[in-house]
Design a protein around this ligand. Structure first.
Ligand code: ATR
Length: 292
């Protein structure tokens, strides 16, 4: 298991082996994005798509050690189940309840979650440099919302309101993290959304409403979007969702989901290589893969 240098970080001349485990995996843009980053630094090796079925997840994770992978990303549907296969889990990933990045240190596997912190880094770099004191309306209370809200609360917002179709799920999340900041819950009936949206500085969609091929849908009626605020959507296909188009028409600053994808990858790359990720190169590689 162990290597002579006590870690799985490749010695000079060794191949850096990375990948992404998921089912399906063919559509993933992670290989193109990370291979572009490796190329930029002249790192030998490869980042490969790994099609792993649920029943093979444990064996596949064991394979990280056996094959000397420095690490992998983990995507749908394995982000929760993979946690049972690891030696250690970062405290934030444990709180979120999901892992999307594994780091292999000499056979010792640690799980991290870079989705939420990647999203917040993107939001700060691309739209709102300082989130402290802001009032944020989060649409959705699922796995994606958990990552975002957990990372968001560290930025000391004045208030986070979780609006969810199933009100009970929003309440549960608000209760679970009540100790981390001011966090409240509401339903998605138009009156609740109107009241919550009216006091928001930032609205973030974490639901899949508006995602290709259902691009005509929006999680929020356009008339409820306040003029001139920041509206952000985790969806990156399409790059500009209907929600973002309608927000733009109401003079809002808009922020799409591509940045979250790039920065969750950037954090993972930094964990594996110890180098600052070339985020712009990674973004261009993904855009090129989309044919933009
Ligand atoms: P993810 O991990 O991508 O967040 P998830 O855990 O299945 O996926 O959560 C999806 C979120 O989007 C949930 O908050 C869900 O609301 P419910 O808790 O009521 O299911 C929300 N969502 C999905 N489809 C929706 C729709 N058509 N309208 C409103 N909310 C929707």
């Amino acid at each position: 298991m162990g290597k002579e240098n006590g870690s799985s970080r490749p010695l000079e001349g060794e191949q850096l082996l990375l990948g992404v485990m998921g089912d399906p995996i063919r559509q993933s843009k992670s290989p193109v994005m990370h291979n572009a980053a490796m190329q930029e630094f002249g790192l030998a090796g490869s980042y490969v798509p790994l099609h792993v079925k649920g029943e093979n997840l444990e064996a596949a994770v064991e394979g990280i050690r056996a094959l000397g992978f420095r690490g992998v990303n983990v995507t749908v549907p394995h982000k929760v189940n993979v946690m049972a296969c690891l030696d250690a889990i970062d405290a934030d990933a444990k709180a979120v309840g999901a892992v999307n990045t594994i780091v292999n240190d000499g056979g010792f596997l640690t799980g991290y979650n870079t989705d939420g912190i990647g999203y917040i880094r993107s939001l700060k770099e691309e739209a709102v440099p300082d989130l402290s004191g802001s009032r944020v309306l989060v649409l959705g209370a699922g796995g994606a919302a958990r990552g975002i809200v957990h990372a968001l609360l560290k930025e000391k917002p004045a208030e986070v309101i979780i609006a969810n179709r199933t009100l009970e799920n929003a309440h549960k999340l608000a209760q679970e993290w009540a100790g981390l900041g001011k966090i409240t819950a509401c339903g998605t009936d138009s009156e609740s959304l109107r009241v919550s949206a009216a006091k928001a500085d930032i609205i973030i969609n974490t639901t899949s409403v508006g995602m290709f091929p259902d691009s005509g849908a929006s999680p929020l009626d356009a008339s409820l979007i306040p003029e001139g605020i920041v509206v952000s959507d985790l969806i990156y296909n399409p790059l500009k969702t209907r929600l973002l188009q309608e927000a733009e028409a109401r003079n809002c600053r808009i922020h799409g989901g591509l940045g979250m994808f790039v920065y969750q990858g950037a954090y993972a790359f930094e964990f594996w290589t110890g180098r600052q990720a070339p985020a712009e190169t990674m973004r261009q590689a993904v855009l090129a893969a989309f044919g933009v």
